[in-house]
Design a protein around this ligand. Structure first.
Ligand code: SER
Length: 636
């Protein structure tokens, strides 16, 4: 069955059982700061488990767009994807275990046509400390369901995953695991749940792709069992019996009602219906793989297979993210999108496929999904340009950064400091540095990189709180604005009069700014107008302003302006203005409009300078000494 067929049949099935079909919400959660993306159909339904009345009644169902970012690094094997669709059905205090397990089983075996002998199930073994009993009720339901298909389902108590690897299958069909495996809440197992969080025991269904067990690899554990990660078993559905809530004292109380929260990965159910454990063989992903294969590379070639999968997964995820209004940036959601696009570009390169294929892939995906997710066709051009603009931006970044990377890599290793510099100044996502390092057999430590990032964030925060007076009369708002304008002006002077122009003195009050700079002759009216035009242009461009603390050497490498005659310490504070896509974590200093050694303070965006429509204007330009000119400038 195709992905679209399974989705349609599932929704029909539950509609026929008096469920209301509710729409998929955006991947970007509303009113939920705890998560960057929707990663499960239940997230937007949280209030209804806690007791609120759902406007559509006590039975609802849908297919929900979902994204799990923790798996980005895993993509490339036969089953991990970042984006997926989750089929869900919910009972808010309506039906419970028997009905839920029977329906899902019926759907799988009678509607999708899955062979019941390939299905294995799990349930909660119970927890004495929490006072939550073993879920023998689910076990009993499963026994009867299998028995009706002529299968004698034996129960096995497993407990921990480690024990599962010790004892293996034992001829079982129904396996009881502990809360690490058979308990579900948004925060995982009971111990990690915050007060007020709902959760409950769950029962998972696994599909067996390798009944002989010949696929099992002992590196995943001595024996294979349903929760083993070797690839023999794949989880295709999870029925959560959402009935508990964590109390202040750490114990569990009961929710106002006994609810069901079912979620099943559509792509995985499609893989089970294909009886092939490679989820990339399902029709929705094959259309991308086939397009990539038209370049002549073979999907089954082990050298290229991971790249095929990474491009297919990441581009599909990017299409859905852009369709929900996410745009590439250096923070949060935008950074995840940026990573996905940049990673697909790298793997397109590996496949030696021209990026023009991206347009065709976007068209194919939108065509495939448009009936279900109309927002995709509505933002077709934004999706396409979102990916292509980022690709272009990344190529530029790669070109600059690769030179630096090549230089650094001559040492034979990439330190956390190197990776940090590549990230903050050249926009190299750390994954790219890591992948390049791996490709070239260089050592690389992510911990060291993360430590540098943390230090940097701490310093930036401290920097924002710290006050320096520099050449400033005070720290009144207007004075700070003139200070940032001073940086814009110095750079504009260099652009118009030449790179030999340097600052020789400055004085800034809340009334005006004054700069003394090296230049041998009087400025022409045209030069003055051009300098003013550039400064005002930079204000209109709304460039972000960043402070970075870095080794003096690095700052010099970027050509940061120093003040004449000042001796600087080993670590210096640097202010950079622009580019627009820079962020506090990754200011992209290599692309900045202006960069100066400076203690601050500054406005955080140049847009703050032109407030009230005021324009930057040179009031006076005169000589103060041989080869030194002075400008006084104001906002009018
Ligand atoms: N919330 C559960 C899950 O995400 C079932 O929908 O697995």
């Amino acid at each position: 069955m195709t992905v679209s067929e399974i989705r349609a049949k599932y929704l029909e099935f539950f509609k026929a059982r008096t469920h209301e079909v509710i729409p998929s919400v955006s991947l970007v959660p509303e009113n939920d700061p705890t998560t960057l993306f929707i990663s499960s159909g239940m997230q937007p339904l949280l209030p209804y488990f806690l007791g609120a009345t759902h406007p559509m009644g006590s039975r609802v169902t849908n297919a929900q767009k979902s994204l799990r970012t923790q798996d980005i690094e895993e993509v490339g094997d036969n089953r991990h994807t970042t984006f997926f669709e989750m089929l869900g059905n919910w009972s808010f205090g309506d039906y419970f275990k028997t009905q839920q397990l029977s329906w899902f089983y019926e759907f799988l075996t009678d509607v999708v046509g899955v062979d019941p002998s390939r299905l294995y199930v799990t349930a909660f073994i119970g927890d004495e400390v929490l006072g939550i009993p073993k879920d023998t009720e689910s076990g009993q339901v499963w026994k009867e369901l299998f028995s009706a298909k002529g299968i004698d389902a034996l129960e096995v108590d497993v407990g921990t995953e480690q024990n599962g690897a010790e004892i293996g299958m034992r001829g079982g069909r129904i396996f009881y695991y502990n809360a690490e495996k058979n308990w579900w809440s948004r925060a995982g197992a009971p111990a990690g749940m915050p007060t007020g969080e709902p959760g409950g025991p769950d029962s998972e269904v696994f599909y067996d792709f390798d009944p002989t067990g010949s696929m099992h690899n002992p590196s995943f554990g001595k024996e294979c069992h349903p929760n083993c990660d070797c690839g023999r078993f794949m989880e295709i559905g999870n029925s959560v019996f959402m009935m508990y809530v964590k109390k202040e004292d750490g114990s569990f109380g009961e929710l106002p009602a006994k609810n069901v929260d079912f979620g099943g990965g559509l792509e995985r159910i499609a893989a089970a219906s294909n009886n092939n454990g490679d989820v990339f063989l399902i029709d929705a992903l094959q259309l991308v793989i086939r397009e990539l294969a038209s370049s002549g590379k073979n999907y089954n070639d082990p050298e290229y297979q991971p790249s095929f999968r990474i491009v297919a997964d990441h581009l599909r995820a990017a299409v859905f993210m852009l369709g929900d209004g996410v745009r590439p940036s250096n923070t949060e959601r935008g950074y995840i999108l940026r990573r996905l696009i940049r990673r697909s570009v790298r793997h397109l390169d590996k496949l030696q496929i021209d990026a023009s294929v991206v347009g065709r892939i976007v068209d194919l995906l939108i065509e495939y999904y448009r009936d279900q997710y109309s927002e995709l066709s509505a933002s077709h051009s934004a999706i396409l340009s979102g990916i292509l603009d980022e690709e272009r931006q990344f190529r530029k970044t790669l070109m600059n950064g690769m030179k630096e990377f090549d230089k650094i890599s001559k040492k034979g290793s990439i330190t956390g400091e190197d990776a940090f510099l590549l990230f903050t100044t050249y926009g190299f996502p750390y994954e790219v540095t890591e992948e390049l390092a791996r490709e070239r057999g260089l050592t690389f430590s992510r911990e060291e990189f993360s430590k540098k990032m943390e230090e940097h964030q701490k310093l930036s925060r401290a920097g924002a709180a710290q006050k320096f007076t520099g050449g400033l009369a005070d720290h009144a708002e207007q004075t700070i604005r003139y200070h940032t304008a001073h940086h814009l002006l110095l750079k504009a002077l260099q652009l118009v009069l030449g790179s030999d122009v340097h600052q020789r003195g400055s004085n800034i009050t809340s009334e005006r700014l004054r700069i003394d700079f090296s230049y041998g002759s009087k400025m022409t009216p045209e030069q003055k107008t051009e300098v003013e035009r550039i400064v005002n242009e930079k204000i209109n461009e709304q460039l972000p302003v960043f402070r970075t603390v870095m080794p003096k050497e690095d700052a010099e490498k970027f050509g940061a302006e120093h003040e004449f005659g000042v001796k600087y310490p080993e670590m210096v504070s640097v202010y950079s203005v622009g580019p627009v896509h820079g962020t506090a974590d990754a200011p992209q200093i290599a692309e900045a409009y202006s960069i100066e050694f400076c203690g601050g303070p500054h406005v955080s965006n140049t847009s703050e300078l032109g407030q009230g429509g005021k324009q930057f204007k040179i009031q006076k330009e005169e000589a103060v000494a041989q080869g030194i000119r002075r400008i006084k400038a104001i906002f009018v």
